[in-house]
Design a protein around this ligand. Sequence first.
Ligand code: UDP
Ligand code: MG
Length: 329
Amino acid sequence: MSNPILYIVVPCYNEEEVLHETNRRLAALLDSLVKDNMIAAGRILYVDDGSRDHTWQLVEEFVAAGSPVKGLKLAHNVGHQQALWAGLEYAAAHADAVVSIDADLQDNVDSIREMVDYFNKGIDIVYGVRRERRTDSFFKKTTAQLFYRLMSNLGGEIVYNHADFRLMSRRAVEALMSYPERNLFLRGMVCSMGYPSAVVYYDREKRFAGESKYPFSKMLSFAVDGITSFSVRPLRYIVLLGLLFILISIVAIIYGFLSYLEGDTIPGWTSLLVSIWFIGGMVTTAIGIIGEYVGKIYKEVKRRPRYFVEKVAGIGKAGEGEPSEKPGR
Ligand code: UDP
Ligand code: MG
């Protein structure tokens, strides 16, 4: 497609420290893309995910200062994935191509140029992939690698070292919007769609300013979400484990019976105690995993709206006629 309209969706949660710089770089990039005739026009769409600092005031300032900026302020903190969804949903109605990027400038803004290049050659999805994780802490690096490995072993389709920095064509975003689930693991969902795709490599930088909004607890729950939204194999493993236990107990019964016949009456107290604990632990874990899925089903059947837009900025001006404040589908 020649000269598309490009939207850059940026979910922000308490990002007042970096937003000035982010906006400066993204606006400069859009400018240069227009100059080089790669896009017809571009907008930066900030989705303020219920921030408690001055993030929203900054977005309003950018709009007032004439930056190519739009803003959606969500009424409540709904988390990165849902916030991104809100932005994608809005952008799909206005753009030919949508790039999603974090606010903290860890992803290389200049890679967007390469992504647009691919898009202009007819590619629907361009994944930004981290070349190496030299700026991540050892802990984050190893846990992330463990996660990717586990995910692919469990059958989840996922691009290695790709987070949520990617370009999607309008039809790809529209396809994504037709997924009804509430448990979002966008990078996995996008991979499962199967449109023509390409990969752009970049070096991930340190966060430009501010702190990570993903503390370990959130990271862990994101990983569990990712696995349980994509794979039911853990449930199958429970069944296999159960079968294995039955096998072991049959062997134990035979052994016990034989020793009884031989008159060997050692009171096996230790082994009994150990196995009770072991089996107890296994059963509890199994129930926990099942509970995880039941919880998911509960969330899905409730069909709650994903988010509410409290305020908008830079939207609804002449010619744009659009519903400004509506709950997410
Ligand atoms: N974010 C969000 N809602 C949240 C948490 C984070 O919109 O509840 C945004 C955040 O502002 C950033 C992106 O998601 O733009 C990624 O978060 P962060 O950089 O803190 O995660 P990390 O890179 O440390 O994994
Ligand atoms: Mg980050």
